[in-house]
Design a protein. Sequence first.
Length: 111
Amino acid sequence: MQDITPENGAKRGEPSPSRPVKLRLVERSDQPAMANLSTVGTTQGIAYLDFGFLEPALLGAVARAAQAGQPAPNIVEGRRVARVAMPLESLVGLHQQIQQVLIRARKVGVE
């Protein structure tokens, strides 16, 4: 965890892992959305994280067709379930959180 200090360039009053933050629900944000695909794009200092879902049966059919030597479809269609835009500085914090989750998962044997 990083402390908020003038030396590290953090601004006072910004949420940090050591400061509790309460988020209010919007629309159906209390319901988890299943995603098995993610992409990240950036422009002008903003990262756009797209989370999507591809039907597992469709992926299996594409794999079987490829194994059988049949041509693969040009496009595999799925659904975007969420798009998140965040400043690159916030993406660094997300990266650190994901790393911590993966490290803990490895320790308990979940992969």
